[in-house]
Ligand binder design. Structure first.
Ligand code: AMP
Length: 634
């Protein structure tokens, strides 16, 4: 069982919600106090800290100026360009004010959306914080996404401004952004009026579009002494949109509030991550993901911590780089993902011993299942608790975790421990929504209201929010995580994979439907099925089975290989390389039921070398034989 102290803490958080969260809300600054802690009069919509006014940028930056203005707030570190540039809270404040003034000069006002499509450079953090300062709603799109993904997100959010850069860098090579940006703006129906370009000098061929593209350095020079007043926002106004994949091809715009998010992050920094003001946190994610939003930018800064913004891989210049960063910056909290640890595990273990990492108190891992051998390996290697914790883009902060700031409970390998305070998290049987017993696989769900910090709705679509997340059971309106889980008799949870067609590649969530749509856009593809196949390193890999229109194009093994490359390039172009299938197999039919439903689970089972299950409903058994043959021939 969870320790007694933590159990009582958690129980209070769900039984006396108002009392508990009113206390946590004291961790942040409120310009105007809230009148009501929770308004749950329109379930499942929860409003936290109603009537209160605050600001994320003020809490992350301004509030620290008096006590820690000269402390480092953000350290930009790039092993790609060999740069290291620290910014004190005072310097960060100045940069954010300049960026905010530029945005205002470009016509951005409260409530306008700003799309941030940036590599891991300090200017990305300035842009995010500047939006928060002036009450603009940021929508950060991961730099690895290509023009098609970008255009979909542009059209959903309809941004007034886009902030971008000439290029990112990966593995020592520049990854130009500008042509993707131009292409996305060409196909988008609602392109922004202006594009603010942070020119890193990495793409010599880059050309600005007159009247639309403006140069950041030029404008910054005009706003050096800018002082932009904070726009105070009612706690429930939107702070940002972050798109995530689902079962349909259309990404979901997770919308976050202001006061609830700031409070939840502050509470998590204290009780879960145990980060104290003046210390350093190193989170290895990217600002394009929720972990980057919550634990590279807002969480550590709200807590007065120095955050590391790292542009680079875990193994360049060598596999000791992360531990060197921990040592040099005396990081006490580190947050990473299982795939990265599996990458390091394949390297020389001596790299782990080369640096003094004694400043580290905990390593937190999330984003995908953490297998027991990897959990064990990294725990032994570091000699500190390695905390697997589970959450989603939607929740914004952990749902299952050990909470060492409240009580140090023993870690079980492979388990993200217990429900986090604020979450009335349960396991419900899929068949009848009844509560599952110990050691019984069921759906991980949260009985609403969702705690502060979680999504307040989907951007512009309240109906979809209710339909997607709260309609799994007809008899109970609960938030479905779409994950299977199990709780052992000691109360420890284990996550057993998704209940839907979403796959997880190296901690990145991808919708198989989205990839299918991209593959299908190739003129010679009539139909396609994409499934997630278990992968030793990345957890899962997308694998495609495509029916071609003109079989002459795959007549020889060489032609087939060439065609496979071409289809992969189509995915790269539309979605980005992260969504590229590991293999594209060509077949002439896909296995379906007589009613035309794709037998995805059977295809996936075959691709993983498992039994395809019940096939009594199959329309054409020959289609399955083709899948087998295609895999056999791989
Ligand atoms: P994302 O919203 O992209 O962060 O993806 C969230 C999904 O990643 C969850 O619904 C889970 O399927 C998976 N996930 C996140 N953290 C964990 C974890 N600690 N263990 C197992 N799966 C996880």
């Amino acid at each position: 069982m969870a320790g007694e102290i933590y159990r009582a803490f958690h129980e209070r958080s769900v039984k006396d919600r108002e009392g508990f969260w009113a206390e946590q809300a004291r961790l942040i600054h409120w310009q105007k106090p809230f009148q009501k802690v929770l308004d749950f009069s329109r379930p499942p919509f929860a409003k936290w800290f109603v009537g209160g006014e605050t600001n994320l940028c003020y809490n992350a930056v301004d509030r620290h100026l008096a006590a820690r203005g000269d402390q480092k707030a953000l350290v930009y570190l790039s092993t790609e360009t060999d740069e290291e540039k620290p910014y004190t809270y005072r310097e960060l404040h100045a940069e954010v004010n300049r960026m905010a003034a530029i945005m205002q000069a470009l016509g951005v006002t409260k409530g306008d959306r700003v799309l941030v499509y940036m590599p891991m450079i300090a200017e990305a953090a300035f842009a995010i914080l500047a939006c928060a300062r002036i009450g603009a709603v940021h929508s950060v799109v991961f730099g690895g996404f290509a023009a098609g993904s970008l255009a979909t997100r542009i059209d959903d959010a309809r941004p007034k401004l886009m902030v971008t850069s000439d290029a990112g860098m990966r593995g020592g090579k520049a990854v130009p952004y500008k042509h993707l940006v131009d292409e996305s703006l060409r196909v988008a129906q609602f392109p922004p009026e202006k594009v603010l370009m942070v020119n890193r000098g990495l793409d010599k061929d880059m050309k600005l579009v007159a009247g639309r593209d403006v140069d950041y350095a030029t404008l910054r020079a005009q706003h050096m002494d800018a002082q932009v007043p904070v726009t105070w926002l009612e706690s429930n106004e939107p702070s940002y949109i972050l798109y995530t994949s689902g079962t349909t091809g259309k990404p979901k715009g997770v919308q976050r509030d202001v006061g609830g998010y700031a409070t939840a992050l502050a509470a998590s920094m204290k009780h879960i991550y145990m980060g104290n003001a003046g210390e350093t946190m190193f989170t290895t994610s990217d600002i394009g993901w929720v972990v980057g939003h919550s634990y590279i930018i807002y969480g550590p800064l709200i807590a007065g911590i120095t955050t590391i913004m790292y542009e680079g891989t875990p193994i360049r210049p060598d596999a000791g780089i992360w531990w060197k960063i921990v040592q040099d910056n005396k990081a006490s909290v580190m947050f990473s993902a299982p795939t990265a640890i599996r990458v390091l595990k394949k390297q020389d273990p001596a790299f782990l011993k080369k640096y003094d990492v004694s400043s580290l108190r905990h390593l937190f891992l999330a984003g995908e299942p953490l297998d027991e051998p990897t959990h064990r390996w990294i725990s032994d290697a570091l000699g500190i608790p390695v905390i697997d914790h589970y959450w989603q883009t939607e929740t914004g902060w952990p749902m299952l975790s050990a909470v060492p700031g409240v009580e140090k409970t023993p870690i079980k390998f492979g388990s993200p421990s217990f429900p986090v305070f604020g979450y009335d998290l349960r396991l419900f049987r899929e068949a009848d929504a009844s509560e599952a017993g110990a050691d019984e696989k069921a759906v991980v769900a949260v009985v609403p209201p969702l705690p502060p910090g979680c999504l307040s709705t989907l951007w512009g679509d309240d109906e979809r929010f209710v339909k997607v997340y709260f309609s799994m059971f007809s008899t109970k309106q609960v938030y479905s995580s779409f994950d299977w889980g199990i709780r052992d008799k000691d109360g420890y949870f284990f996550i057993l994979g998704r209940t839907d067609d979403v796959i997880n590649v190296a901690g990145h969530r991808l919708g198989t439907r989205e990839i299918e749509e991209a593959v299908q856009s190739h003129p010679n593809v009539a139909e396609v099925a994409v499934v997630g196949v278990a992968d030793q390193l990345k957890g899962q890999l997308p694998v495609a089975f495509a029916v071609v229109k003109d079989v002459a194009r795959i007549a020889t093994p060489e032609a087939r290989a060439e065609h496979e490359k071409e289809v992969m390039a189509t995915v790269d172009k539309l979605l980005g390389a992260i969504a590229r299938p590991g293999r594209v197999h060509f077949v002439t039919a896909l296995p379906k039921t007589r009613s035309g439903k794709l037998l995805r689970r059977s295809i996936q089972a075959l691709a993983e070398g498992r039994d395809p299950g019940d096939l009594t409903t199959i329309e054409d058994p020959g289609a399955l034989e083709q899948i087998k043959a295609a895999l056999g021939g791989a």
